[in-house]
Design a protein around this ligand. Structure first.
Ligand code: CBF
Length: 829
């Protein structure tokens, strides 16, 4: 029965694989089988973790049946695949999403109950994989979710960091980072394939040689290498049977240890190579919008793209595939500059390894890549010193030079005599040191270049890459970011989901524009009342969580004002703090009557990059203010500041649905898009925000009456900066601001210690790079408007409902459709 014929024909060998039965009995059998034989325990002795692992694996079985089938049909159909290259994926917990995608939730809940197990307890056991810093990594996770839901074949490629984004703790109000050992109990969601490991070379030299045909060629003679072990994760579509793959690479030494050295007793030396190799995928760089010019980071980047390119070419394509046709089978999307070293790597594979003619290889390469830029901060665009490249990737540096030579030839032909232009556009710069500008390389190589919101794409064209957009206007495009409604409404906000479903049906989960059908209900007093009940229930849920998680008590009946995002000066958490300080100062100085103050709870969630001093000072200041306000009986019934540590996706899922007010207050022209802004609006919070990033589009869609705008516009910012900005003068001229800053500097929040706040105060007064003081007055006035609006609950909820009804555009399904139509030219299966 199990001879060659079985292997060639039986469904267990060639598919289609049958999923376990979708019934309570079927599930319980699978679950207990997994607990007994997969985890090796009896139910009577199983720990919560055993139960969680068995449950996750059981749910994974259901998905795996579809996954195997989908992979098979994709390969057979020979369709074009989206290869999403991203150094970060901020996935969030997997179990809830897998239950949602498979539609198994009710069956599982009932089945577990019959075993005496509570599903929520097991869900809480999962440690989220925090393999990203913030918006960029979370966007990647939303995009792969949407592609699976749209039934588009996609392989997400990235790094399986052993330690993800650090776990933030506060000690005396200061951030202290702990390693994020997310794998310490293992991950039931991953499928490792050590047998499919790929070798990645580094270092050494290059040489010229003459090949068998007498053609002179160059080749790389690397000096060391590591192995990349693929770990596959399933990415399920919503209720459509498609399961795509996320393939994360883990670095391993080619040689585990040196037995001779070990036997001689030098144990540390014996494993040195292993430790060195494994460091490559050890930790995520905890930087957001700031590049880390470190060799290890370049190693990480090359490591994962080299593995991914080889993987796709050698394992996903037929052995006899003609690589001239590669663009018909793959489009690699470069998620920011982190994976851009893939460009010379593909050239190397084609020219050096497959002996393709340079021009033909370049034509193929230019069709296989597209580039998304996610920033506007010039300092955040990666630049690699040629010295470092020469040491780590000497052949790639030669290829980059050759690409640059060809490109500059083209530029000089197009603009004869304009040598300055050629210098400005050169991929290789000499100032301040000789280095490769990765954004330029991506722009030259990419079939398309896009920004992530209308304003961002325009500024990218006009200010960051003006010469390139003039030369190739058709190459530049915009795709405004989006977020997945599955995780951020359906899963995170069940109370609201129920209300929406009862009102307009369930179709919105995969067609978010249908939220527009809620618009008439904004006028319905009963619907508004139910909307307020939803908010109240979500606040209650959050309050329970914060007490248990952080010992934070949220007062009842407050306006919940939330600012959650990475801590960065351009995002201006310090301006938010000045608003709180100003309100507090006015109450305690008797300038305003406490009875007129809208009770508010301000929630912050923010991690600072460990080396970012001013960001850490801001965290300290927020915590100090929070503690003082909590102890001040004159105000603590009116103003509460809550700063739960370690903001992550799991916390976001509870915080966002509870928020009344969303703080999107970056300096205009600095936030590329923002995606938190979209999540809040979709969950019925009003935005107080500047005309920055996707705020602009949110405001256009929801209407000026339903968005609280303040602050300078981007041209006004540019103008002020050109005229010369003096924050100390603003401080002197604005009494409200002066009193708030003076109070901060007075030692009031630091037990009389005036020095403790000095770094932040001095920076605000004499530096204020992101013009917080310049926008302060306008911000305060906008906040007064918030209070006024919130005083009328019916009017407020009407506006909040309109926010929901008008922001269906911000689904990542829509973003993905735009990439598919305008950039990738790939199709659903
Ligand atoms: O495009 C996704 C997000 O990326 C960032 O987080 C980034 O790291 N560059 C930007 O700062 C966000 O504005 C953007 O939404």
């Amino acid at each position: 029965r199990f001879g060659p014929e079985f292997a060639a024909t039986h469904p267990l060998a060639v598919g289609p694989v049958v999923s376990p039965p979708h019934s309570v009995d079927g599930f319980v059998k699978e679950f207990l089988r997994e607990l007994n034989f997969g985890t090796g325990v009896l139910l009577s002795r199983a720990t919560v973790n055993d139960q969680y692992v068995a449950l996750a694996r059981t749910v994974a079985h259901y998905l795996a049946a579809r996954w195997l089938e989908g992979g098979r049909t994709r390969r057979e159909a020979g369709v074009k695949v989206v290869g999403y290259l991203s150094a970060e994926y901020l996935l969030g917990r997997q179990l809830g999403n897998a239950l949602l995608a498979t539609g198994l939730r009710d069956i599982v809940e009932e089945g577990l109950e019959s075993c005496g197990i509570n599903l929520s307890t097991l869900r809480a056991q999962e440690v989220e994989p925090g393999l990203g810093n913030g918006g960029l990594g979370r966007l990647a996770a939303c995009f792969i979710d949407s592609l699976a839901t749209l039934n588009v074949p996609c392989i997400g490629y990235g790094i399986r960091y052993e330690y993800g984004i650090f776990r933030q703790t506060f000690v005396d109000g200061r951030q202290v980072e702990q390693p994020d050992a997310w794998l310490s109990l293992g991950s039931p969601w991953e499928f490792p394939h050590p047998e499919a490991a790929v070798q990645v070379d580094f270092g050494g030299t290059t040489e010229e040689y003459v090949d068998e045909d007498g053609t002179p060629r160059r080749r790389w003679l690397p000096s060391w290498n590591v192995l990349g072990v693929p770990y596959n994760y399933m990415v399920p579509g919503y209720h459509n049977g498609r399961v795509n793959t996320l393939r994360l690479w883990s670095a391993q030494a080619t040689k585990a240890f040196d037995l001779q050295i070990f036997n001689s007793g030098d144990y540390a030396e014996a494993v040195r190579a292993q430790t060195f190799a494994e460091n490559i995928s050890k930790v995520l760089y905890p930087e957001d919008s700031t590049p880390q010019g470190r060799e290890l980071r370049l190693q990480q980047q090359y490591f994962f793209v080299a593995c991914s390119l080889r993987d796709f070419i050698e394992r996903e394509l037929p052995a006899d595939f003609d690589l001239h046709d590669l663009p018909e089978r793959i489009i690699f999307q470069l998620n920011d500059t982190h994976p851009v070293i893939a460009v010379p790597e593909l050239m190397r594979l084609l020219v050096d390894e497959r002996k393709m003619d340079w021009d033909e290889a370049w034509a193929v390469t230019q069709k296989c890549f597209a580039y998304t830029c996610h920033t506007l901060l010039p300092e955040a665009l990666e630049v690699w010193p040629t010295e470092m490249l020469a040491k780590l990737l000497p052949r790639h540096l030669e290829i980059i030079y050759q690409i640059n030579d060809g490109f500059l030839r083209e530029v000089r032909e197009a603009f004869p005599g304009d040598e300055m232009r050629a210098r400005r556009m050169s991929i290789v710069t000499d100032y301040p040191e000789r280095a490769v500008r990765m954004a330029y390389l991506a722009t030259v190589a990419g079939a398309k270049v896009n920004g992530v919101a209308e304003l961002h794409s325009q500024l990218l064209r006009d200010k960051v890459l003006p010469d390139f957009s003039e030369y190739w206007p058709e190459k530049f495009t915009n795709v405004t970011n989006g977020v997945t409604p599955r995780r951020f409404i359906r899963l995170a906000n069940w109370n609201f989901t129920r209300l929406i479903n009862e009102t307009i049906g369930t179709g919105w989960v995969t067609d978010l524009d249908r939220l527009a059908e809620l618009e008439p209900y904004a006028e319905d007093p009963e619907f508004r009342a139910r909307f307020r009940q939803v908010k109240a229930a979500n606040k209650e849920r959050l309050a329970k969580l914060l007490v248990a998680r952080d010992g934070i008590v949220l007062p009842e009946g407050h306006l919940l004002d939330v600012m959650v995002k990475r801590l960065h000066e351009y995002k201006r958490q310090s301006m938010k703090l000045l608003h709180i300080l100003s309100t507090y100062e006015q109450i305690i100085s008797g300038a305003i009557d406490p009875a007129t103050v809208t009770p508010r709870t301000f929630v912050f969630g923010a991690k600072a990059a460990p080396g970012y001093k001013m960001a850490k000072e801001t965290i300290f200041a927020i915590n100090a203010v929070a503690a003082t306000l909590a102890a001040d009986e004159r105000t603590n019934h009116l103003l509460t500041v809550a700063f739960p540590a370690n903001y992550n996706v799991t916390l976001a899922e509870k915080l966002i649905p509870a928020a009344d007010l969303s703080e999107q207050i970056s300096l205009a022209g600095k936030e590329a898009s923002g995606t938190g802004n979209m999540k809040f609006a979709l969950n019925g919070a009003l935005t107080i925000g500047t005309d920055d990033g996707a705020n602009v589009e949110i405001r256009e869609l929801v209407g000026d009456d339903n968005f609280i705008l303040f602050g300078m516009s981007e041209p006004e910012v540019a103008d002020l900066q050109a005229r010369g900005y003096n924050p100390a003068a603003v401080y002197e001229s604005n009494p409200l601001l002066k009193r708030a800053i003076d109070l901060l500097a007075s030692g009031h929040f630091t037990e009389g210690n005036r020095d403790a706040m000095n770094p932040l105060v001095m920076d605000l007064l004499y530096n204020d790079r992101f013009l917080a003081l310049a926008d302060f007055q306008s911000y305060i006035e906008a906040q007064a408007k918030v209070d006024e609006l919130y005083a009328d609950p019916d009017a407020w909820s009407r506006k909040a409902i309109l926010n929901v009804a008008r922001t269906g555009f911000f689904s990542s399904d829509r973003s993905m459709r735009e990439y598919l139509d305008r950039i990738w030219h790939a199709k659903a299966l």
